[in-house]
Design a protein. Structure first.
Length: 591
């Protein structure tokens, strides 16, 4: 064993500068050293490529594009810590991408049977992620080409649910095959359209239709349940016997997390349902599908019954999943048979078409920087009847009073042991940042807000009342999943973390939570799937690699009523002109 470690050490040492700069972890280097020693590979370029391929899924990429990896890595490091970028950009990056790729393709790390790397479509993959991508593409294409029975009583369904022409057309498209992809911005009525789709399928069927509703997070699943329940009330009060039956059937549906639907195994490793034990459902609807990683999508597709339908619902304009892949964006943007299964809703019902925030979000999505700048320069009418206000300020001091007031509500409710009020107040305001560190980052803003709480004479150490916590590690046994947010409240039994449920908040002892982080402020990436009355968006600088159209659009569309941008108009224009991308071959395979 000692001799083996001695042989591996020089290989690991070749990656030492990259570890010191923070681009790679020591574990990345050790994995590469082990594989390279077994394969007899010593080329520094190949070792670096494999290490970056090992790193890539942590940054959301399914594969590695050697021609663009430098800029991607620098952007990702800036997200974590703006000060870390300088060290990484002066490393000796290979300056010939074609030669670099040729060296990788010739390496036994690619050519040997069962080698850990795969080169395909000009991209370098870890074998596991290549397998996921090929599997997902094949299954999505199969679903897209499969025919299925259509809708029943769609005209009547559309009348009861007051669908507009776009929603009605979306239902027709999504029920025409075994794959339906429903995209649209916030407030475009996606969940109402899903309810119409399910009602039409129930009306067309001569038997019970087994339906599963799921979302990536518990919070998203709860919001889906609320939206479905609103449609149920319209059916049950329609005076139509069949619609009352349909309403009753929809009322029995309880959305769950995807992990719970698949039956996550003990320890969070693997799922109970898969190819050998498929889900017992005819229709599976996944909401907030933009948050789904490639491996999770693969797990869902493997668990479908052979003739089941899959309906993906989400906003393709948002940032992709925090984990590896951009599945919804790739599927929605694919050509061929898949494109025929995609329906997009454009008319927002959350914001009036004339509202500043609605027009601003649409300008971002459309990539119209001049229109966005025009909207920013409009005088603010605080008496707007729609209650939607968009402000741009250049200093945090101008929003301190808003933050102070909201935090005080949460802290006092938590101190009084009023878990319901504390949980309800969590969604009133949230600070969203592009960075994790630095003066524009989450860490700075969390400390700043806790300083404001301390100034009120309240405790800000440990599990203090009013501390908002996000779960960062799945805990299936307690039905808590990455992204769920709760708040610490005082109880007679000591501090507890309160999480929203369909009824009263669920209280969990802090010692039972394996991974959490404070979220007075949170990254824009982590805000996906959440909504707040008022969002305060801390913009990066105009030359930041993080200033992208998808980042800005995601941040702005987290708001129900108000957006405050801290930064300048130059950043807004730069962000709208710059798009983010995940390295993946899925869209190409689907097309």
């Amino acid at each position: 064993m000692t001799a083996y470690l001695d042989r591996r050490r020089p290989l690991v040492d070749q990656l030492a500068p990259w570890v010191s700069a923070g681009v790679l972890t020591e574990s990345d280097a050790m994995v590469v050293g082990s594989c390279a020693e077994l394969a007899g590979e010593t080329d520094a370029r190949v070792l670096l490529a494999m290490a970056l391929a090992v790193r890539a899924p942590r940054s959301g990429h399914v594969a590695l594009d050697l021609a663009s990896v430098r800029e991607q890595v620098l952007a990702e490091m800036e997200h974590l810590d703006p000060d870390a970028v300088s060290a990484a950009q002066f490393l000796e990056w290979p300056d010939d991408p074609d030669g670099w790729l040729a060296a990788v393709m010739a390496s036994p790390l690619v050519t040997a049977p069962g080698a850990p790397l795969v080169v395909d479509l000009g991209l370098t993959y870890l074998r596991r992620f290549h397998d996921h991508e090929v599997s997902v593409a094949a299954r999505i294409r199969e679903l897209a080409s499969g025919s299925a029975s259509g809708a029943g009583r769609l005209d009547d369904v559309a009348r009861v649910l007051e669908l507009d022409d776009g929603q009605r057309a979306a239902v027709e498209r999504c029920v025409s095959g075994r794959l339906g992809v429903l995209t649209g911005g916030p407030g475009t009525g996606k969940t109402r359209t899903v309810a119409a789709l399910l009602a039409a399928l129930l009306a067309a069927s001569q038997r019970d239709v087994r339906i599963a509703l799921a979302a990536p997070t518990g919070k998203a699943a709860a919001r889906m349940a609320e939206s479905i329940d609103a449609s149920v009330a319209l059916f049950t009060s329609s005076g139509d016997d069949e619609f009352e039956r349909i309403g009753a059937a929809l009322a029995e549906l309880r959305p769950s997390t995807i992990h719970r639907l698949l039956g996550v195994q003990g320890g969070g490793v693997g799922f109970r349902h898969g190819h050998d034990r498929p889900l017992a459902h005819d229709v599976v609807v996944i909401d907030e599908a933009s948050m789904m990683s490639l491996p999770l999508m693969d797990a869902v597709l493997r668990a479908l019954e052979p003739q089941a339908r899959l309906i993906l619902v989400g906003d393709a304009g948002q940032l992709a999943s925090v984990d590896a892949g951009s599945v919804l964006g790739d599927v929605a943007g694919a050509g061929g048979a898949v494109a025929d299964r995609v329906a997009e809703l454009r008319e927002s019902r959350r914001f009036p078409s004339t509202s500043r925030i609605g027009r601003f979000a649409e300008a971002i999505r459309a990539g119209d920087g001049s229109q966005a700048r025009h909207i920013l320069d409009e005088p603010v009418d605080g008496a707007q009847s729609d209650g939607v206000v968009l402000r741009r300020v250049d200093t945090a001091r101008l929003v301190a009073s808003d933050i102070d007031a909201q935090v005080a509500v949460i802290v006092e409710a938590a101190r009084d042991g009023d878990a319901a009020s504390a949980v309800a107040a969590l969604d009133a305001l949230r600070v969203l940042c592009a960075h994790r560190r630095g003066r524009a980052g989450v860490s700075f803003w969390n400390r700043a807000i806790e300083s404001r709480i301390a100034a009120l004479g309240r405790v800000t150490s440990g599990m203090y009342p009013g501390r908002p916590l996000m779960v960062t590690k799945n805990d299936p046994a307690r039905r808590l999943f990455n992204g769920d947010v709760g708040v610490v409240v005082r109880t007679d039994d000591g501090p507890r973390v309160a999480f929203a449920t369909d009824s009263s908040p669920r209280l969990i002892a802090p010692s039972h939570l394996e991974g959490t982080e404070t979220v007075h402020a949170m990254t824009i990436h982590k805000s996906q799937g959440s909504e707040f009355d008022h969002v305060v968006v801390v913009l990066p600088s105009a030359d930041s690699r993080l200033a992208t159209r998808e980042l800005l659009y995601t941040a702005v569309t987290r708001a129900r009523r108000q957006v405050t941008l801290i930064g300048d108009a130059a950043t807004v224009e730069a962000a709208i002109a710059r798009t983010s991308s995940r390295t993946s071959g899925l869209r190409q395979r689907l097309s």
